[in-house]
Write a protein of this length. Structure first.
Length: 337
């Protein structure tokens, strides 16, 4: 999916929240800057030289993108900090409103942010292209080249998957014992569960993630999505059984459909389902470059904590997790519950 960084705040923020990509970009771009308190800072004059633009152009973007640039590190130095910074290089001080001397500076992150929106500079255009290349390389390197299963690098994935498997069995047993319908019911009602949680059936989901015929959708789902599915399946299994006991007979498909409609509108499930939709839509776009169009309204930028969670030192492949005694202990507790 092509990304135009100049027009997509979401794409920009997903890159700027990726500390691993920022580290590589700092190594490869060599923009310079002045190190102050452990962080590279750039003055407007320096950016004028780097990008080959006028200071008024920078001021224009500070006006049109102020909140975004400020969130990513643009700040105004005053007082002691300004004095310390001035001692590191010879800069002219701008007097804001005839009050105390002040100087606007960009962090490396804010400088990249400016490069992403700056359309007047050829160097900014070149940097945008380099940014996208480096982000792709970093994602492949940190994930072991398998973004399809990046969900499994989350330490919460294995317990969630095991728990969901347990509730899935209870749901399948309820359909088996209490619903009068052929074997097609398992596929039909699994798709109904998926539709309630993320508005797609299994085939739609597989197409969006470009999964193969033998790939299991649940193997690619995030822990939060699996928990939402488990909650729904557990509740439906209980409701189906209760209705069977009330009627004293197996349920007809139309009667089961009524229970699914009630679950779809259950206010107690709404928070966990909305969280699952946000996580799936946002992470799949940010990590897998996969767009869930039916969940487009739920897409947010991927937070910095998620990059650490799925790409950081604390994240591990599924094989590594399964060899961890603590994970095995979690399995035992779930099995014995």
């Amino acid at each position: 999916m092509a990304k135009d960084l100049t027009t997509s705040p979401l794409a920009r923020q997903n890159i700027l929240n990726n500390s691993y990509a920022l580290e590589k970009l700092n190594e490869h771009l060599g923009l310079g800057g002045t190190l102050y308190n452990g962080e590279l800072l750039f003055t407007k004059n320096q950016l004028v030289e780097i990008f080959g633009i006028s200071e008024s152009t920078i001021e224009k973007y500070l006006s049109s993108h102020h909140d975004e640039l400020a969130a990513n590190g643009y700040t105004v130095l005053r007082g002691r900090k300004l004095k310390e910074f001035k001692a590191l290089l010879d800069v002219a001080v701008t007097d804001y409103g005839n009050k105390s001397p002040a100087l606007g500076v960009f962090t490396f992150r804010a400088t990249l942010n400016l490069a992403m929106v700056l359309v007047e500079s050829e160097l900014a255009r070149s940097i945008r292209s380099r940014i996208l290349d480096i982000v792709i390389d970093v994602m492949a390197e940190r994930s072991g080249g398998h973004t399809k299963y990046i969900n499994q690098r989350d330490c919460n994935y294995v317990p969630a998957a095991y728990q969901e498997f347990s509730y899935r069995k209870a749901f399948a047993d309820a359909l088996d014992y209490y619903v009068k319908m052929g074997k097609v019911k398992y596929g039909i009602y699994t798709n109904k569960v998926y539709h309630i949680v993320f508005r797609e059936n299994a085939q739609e989901y597989k197409q969006i993630l470009n999964l193969g015929k033998n790939d299991s959708p649940r193997d690619t789902m995030y822990a939060e999505v699996l928990k939402a599915i488990a909650s729904l399946e557990n509740g439906l299994a209980s409701e189906i059984k209760a209705k069977f006991e009330e009627l004293g007979r197996q349920l007809k498909p139309a009667e089961v459909d009524v229970l699914f409609e009630a679950a779809d509108n259950n206010p107690f499930l709404k928070p966990i389902i909305e969280d699952a939709r946000i996580k799936m839509a946002s992470r799949d776009l940010g990590f897998r470059d996969a767009l869930h169009q039916k969940l487009e309204a739920y897409i947010q930028s991927v937070p910095e904590s998620d990059f650490e969670r799925f790409l950081g030192e604390a994240s591990h492949s599924l094989e590594e997790q399964l060899s961890d005694p603590e994970i095995l202990a979690v399995f035992k507790r779930l099995k014995d519950r």
